[in-house]
Write a new protein. Structure first.
Length: 78
């Protein structure tokens, strides 16, 4: 999600977006990558909170003891 949003907002390809995301390359003035990362993090945190709230409402007698974050997709072939 981070990479795709960087690609979209900065109009760059997958590899360049990965470089920006990991800090291996600096996108230049403006610090847009940091703001994009914050925005995506907020979206992901909100979705995690919504899932937790749904679970808690559905199973009020059960406690959440673990959270697993998974996902992503492999890099496209070169």
């Amino acid at each position: 999600m981070y990479t795709s949003e960087i690609q979209k907002q900065l109009a760059v390809g997958f590899e360049m977006a990965e470089e920006y995301k990991t800090g291996r390359k600096d996108p230049g003035a403006g610090g847009e990558t940091g703001e994009i990362m914050k925005t995506v993090s907020t979206i992901l945190a909100t979705e995690a909170q919504r899932s937790y709230n749904f679970f808690s409402a559905t199973y009020p007698d059960r406690l959440v003891t673990k959270v697993y974050l998974t996902g992503g997709r492999p890099a496209p072939p070169s």
